[in-house]
Design a protein around this ligand. Structure first.
Ligand SMILES: *Cc1c(COP(=O)(O)O)cnc(C)c1O
Length: 493
């Protein structure tokens, strides 16, 4: 049976569904598998599977306590017509790169890969553990998680969802997508602060025992849709396998040969899922970790010191504007030889002093990772270049990855086939993308530019953008960080 423990304390007998339901461990650690499962299929055979079959074969190894028929039900309902591409994660090959497009879901960002299935896992977990309380999803978002979680949980019986976003830190389209959210069980709140403030506020509510009791008396239980929830991480492992099989089908790889992955990174969830895929047996050579100007991870890979004491930058890739990459804690756990004491100390240092250093032996375990970063100017230059030379329009996050990929191949001359993990549709960051191509668009708003952009891209405008400017605003609350708890109380009690 696949069981779970915490990054900060050895736990016994926590099942997958318990970990999903709980979100975060009591002492503040993150749930991790007691051992990362090995694949029980070979990669050749996986070539003939569609996304759902692949998802089933990968996820079942992590979530063994979910019965076959229930897991298949979750997968069937998650990866259905909500996605506008039959392959779910198509691989697009241009002259210079391979892009794994993870933005064909309902909110046109890669968060849909996990958040379209998490509500099903949550309800299944509730049933298995005879949890009668309503689940309240509390989420901090840098823009994309919020909408994807709202889309997943809206009107799901037995759940409520509250989303906090940085009032000034998301794109116009991202904000509009969230504040127009329908569904009686949803609440969307702008916070006067940045993403880290939102995330810290949510974590504080999670660890407030008195408040937990107060809401439990009203038959509510908190859980998380952030990537700290193992129910979000595991579905993300699947598409690394999908990328590999697609490269094989394209004739770019032979089975067993390695590939590199380039991941635009914020909270370290996406890239960590790739690390899990490798540990399961997928031949990944390098993890190229791409950051924007908030390059705390780049510095970490260079120096072995994680230091969040620095200025926070608002960039054109807002979903990566993060100084505390929560999922890195899971990597620390694995590379420290599962040393929960050491991880706890490091996380305490991060909390108290804003920094920690890893040991030499941990550093040696990071040789598969390459860190790089790109500022806004560089990012825009690559959007323009790749559009003009390859005819492919990248969103700002994907462009950060492309920039770092280019830097990596020039520096190392590595010829291993690489896949750029493409995390959002350019439609989601219309102004930044269009301005990158032609500065005349600078003063035009995101909504007007949707049509302009449509002229540059083949195919239909995604459903998510249809009439977005005309939809009625449903959520207008804005609060201080210190008021977040009261907002939650007000909505529930
Ligand atoms: C969330 C997000 C990222 C960062 O992913 P992490 O798992 O937080 O590292 C990158 N790009 C886009 C578009 C995102 O929404």
């Amino acid at each position: 049976m696949s069981l779970y423990t915490s990054t900060r304390k050895k736990l016994e007998n926590i099942t997958a569904t318990q970990a999903i339901l709980q979100g975060i461990s009591e002492e503040g650690g993150l749930f991790v598998p007691v051992s990362i499962p090995k694949i029980d299929f070979n990669l050749e055979e996986a070539n003939s599977w569609d996304y759902k079959e692949l998802a089933y074969r990968v996820i079942k190894l992590f979530f063994e306590d979910i019965e076959e028929k229930d897991l298949k039900y979750c997968i069937e309902h998650a990866y259905d017509e909500k996605f506008d591409n039959e392959e779910i994660t198509p691989l697009v090959t241009t002259k210079t790169a391979n892009f794994l497009e993870l933005f064909h879901g309902p909110t046109i960002a890669f968060k849909d890969m996990a958040l379209s299935i998490l509500p099903y896992f949550m309800l299944t977990s509730k049933k298995y553990n005879k949890e009668s309380k309503d689940i309240v999803i509390l989420t901090a978002t840098s823009g994309d998680t919020g909408k994807a979680a709202l889309e997943g949980f809206a009107n799901v019986e037995g759940t409520k969802i509250i989303v906090f976003f940085p009032e000034e830190g998301v794109s116009e389209v991202q904000k509009r997508q969230m504040v127009t959210q329908e569904g009686e069980n949803t609440l969307v709140v702008g916070v006067k602060g940045n993403f880290d403030d939102c995330q810290t506020g949510v974590k504080e509510i999670f660890s407030d025992k008195a408040f937990e009791k107060e809401v439990a008396d009203k038959e509510y239980k908190f859980s998380s849709a952030n990537s700290i929830n193992i129910g979000r991480l595991v579905p993300q492992v699947v598409y690394y396998f999908a990328a590999y099989t697609k490269l094989i089908r394209e004739g770019k790889l032979k089975s067993g040969e390695p590939m590199n992955v380039v991941v635009p990174t914020g909270n370290f969830g996406n890239i960590l899922a790739g690390y899990y895929a490798k540990n399961m047996g997928l031949p990944i050579n390098k993890f190229i970790c791409a950051s924007n100007t908030n390059k705390v991870l780049f510095d970490f890979f260079e120096e072995g010191i994680y230091d969040r004491n620095r200025d926070f930058h608002l960039t054109i890739s807002p979903s990566m504007d993060i100084l505390i990459s929560s999922n890195l804690e899971r990597l620390l756990y694995h590379i420290s030889g599962e040393d929960t004491k050491l991880v706890t100390d490091m996380m305490n240092n991060l909390k108290n002093e804003g920094k920690y250093a890893i040991t030499e032996s941990m550093k040696n375990e990071l040789s598969d990772f390459y860190g790089g970063y790109a500022d806004d100017e560089t990012t825009k230059a690559y959007i323009k270049k790749v559009y003009e030379e390859d005819g492919y329009l990248m969103d700002t996050h994907t462009a950060v990855a492309y920039a770092v990929y280019d830097q990596y191949t020039k520096e190392t001359e590595d010829t291993v086939p690489s896949v750029i993990i493409s995390t959002a549709s350019p439609y989601k960051f219309t102004n930044s993308v269009m301005t990158a191509i032609d500065s005349k668009h600078e003063k035009t708003d995101d909504f007007t530019l949707l049509e302009e952009m449509h002229k540059l891209i083949k195919g239909d405008m995604p459903q998510a953008m249809d009439q977005i400017a005309e939809r009625p605003i449903k959520h207008q609350t804005v609060c201080e960080v210190s008021e977040m708890k009261d907002i939650v109380r007000g909505f529930l009690i």
